[in-house]
Design a protein around this ligand. Structure first.
Ligand SMILES: CC(C)(COP(=O)(O)OP(=O)(O)OC[C@H]1O[C@@H](n2cnc3c(N)ncnc32)[C@H](O)[C@@H]1OP(=O)(O)O)[C@@H](O)C(=O)NCCC(=O)NCCS
Length: 342
């Protein structure tokens, strides 16, 4: 069961409008689940709009009336069924901070794996990959239009979610999300952990990798007690990755507990986090960095950032605490360039 972080994520939605777009068939099939999700947003004081294309047939009167009754503060926008739904939604003049398309499925890559987050550049580059994996055969065109809308600066975030129970709630209020987010202007920020809810999010990210076995378990109490040593990368104010500062000696610091939320894997957030950590530590006067990891992905990342796989003798005590786990080492000179090799 995904964990909700209401306060933390609501802060980010305050004063914004979330627009939900849902075609007739999907709205019919998931009517009550969608209404419940939108009512939840209303309770969280989020302004909402619902775009749909229910025809004004007699048989639909009940649904149309129910929408009005159950969602009194939602801006209901009916798109004429004869229009192209995506084009009509995307060209609508209403302001849209977030636009959610409820579909049958999230976006998947060729291997059938969920795509968590994408930039428009990546979408346009790889449109060929999405092809018929998406239920709606017109989706390629829709994707092009979505990208054009984002690139024109008319919408910050577009989400593509499978319609169903709690999918909007989980997309907007959990670390993992439930669908695919498309955006360009991710604003990254690196800082120390602050609130209790942030401690809980870090704990969530770390425990999500428990099974992979590369990370030493850290209890919530440990995280809470040592919060001064935990740094996070936040995107749009939402924590997506963490790293622990472990002081070894007066010039050396270890990067521990490096983890990026599954939603943002392979988006170079790991690289950003390591580089931002190094910058923050240089500012504190550290010059040498070590990290011990058996995770081949992290090993590749360290090599890419000019860490050497070696275990200098002055760190033999630290190495003996994790026998057999490769150590990665990097030293940065006074001017931030040439490393001093031990
Ligand atoms: C290791 C981890 C932090 C990488 O984070 P990330 O944000 O996905 O990494 P990035 O997108 O910044 O990747 C940068 C580089 O890492 C390496 N890398 C990342 N994913 C990889 C993969 N699936 N296979 C091989 N190399 C990979 C590549 O060198 C990559 O460079 P490229 O983009 O030019 O190919 C992330 O996978 C993670 O959180 N893992 C689980 C936690 C964990 O095990 N931590 C280690 C504790 S010891």
């Amino acid at each position: 069961m995904p964990q909700l972080y209401l306060q933390e994520y609501a802060k980010n939605l305050a004063g914004r409008r979330v627009c939900i777009a849902c075609r007739e068939g999907i709205l019919r099939d998931h009517f009550s689940e969608i209404v419940v999700d939108i009512k939840f947003l209303m309770r969280m004081n989020v302004a909402t709009s619902l775009f749909h294309n229910l025809p004004k047939r007699f048989a639909n009167q009940k649904l149309l009336t129910e929408l009005e009754k159950k969602l009194p503060t939602t801006n209901l926008v009916r798109i004429a069924p004869e229009l192209d739904f995506y084009e009509a939604v995307l060209s609508h003049p209403d302001s849209m901070d977030k636009l959610i398309f409820l579909e049958r499925r999230y976006l998947m890559d060729r291997q059938g794996k969920k795509i968590n987050a994408l930039t428009t550049g990546r979408v346009l580059e790889s449109l060929a990959d999405f092809g018929d994996l998406i239920g709606n055969v017109n989706f390629k065109d829709a994707m092009k239009r979505i990208c054009a809308k984002i690139e024109a600066g008319a919408c910050d975030r577009v989400h593509i979610l499978p319609a169903g129970k709690d999918t909007i709630k989980h997309e907007l209020f959990t670390v993992e999300g439930s669908g695919t987010m498309i955006a360009n202007n991710f604003i990254e920020e690196f800082r120390q952990v602050q609130t209790d809810e942030e401690v809980a999010i870090v704990s969530r990210i770390l425990t999500s990798y428990k099974r992979a076995g590369f990370l030493k378990p850290r209890s919530k109490e440990y995280l809470s007690r040592n919060r001064g040593s935990f740094f996070v990368t936040a995107i749009d104010g939402i924590i997506v990755g963490c790293v622990e500062q472990k002081v070894i000696d007066e010039q050396t610091v270890e990067l521990g507990a490096l983890a990026i939320s599954t939603r943002f894997l392979k988006q170079r957030v790991g690289v950003y986090t390591v580089n931002a950590f190094i910058r923050a530590m240089l500012a504190q006067g550290y010059r040498r960095f070590i990290s011990l990891t058996g995770n081949p992905r992290l090993q590749a990342l360290f090599r890419q950032l000019d860490f050497d796989e070696k275990s200098p003798s002055e760190y033999s005590r630290r190495q003996s605490e994790s026998p057999g786990v490769p150590m990665f080492y990097k030293a940065v000179g006074e001017n931030g360039a040439a490393p001093s090799k031990p």
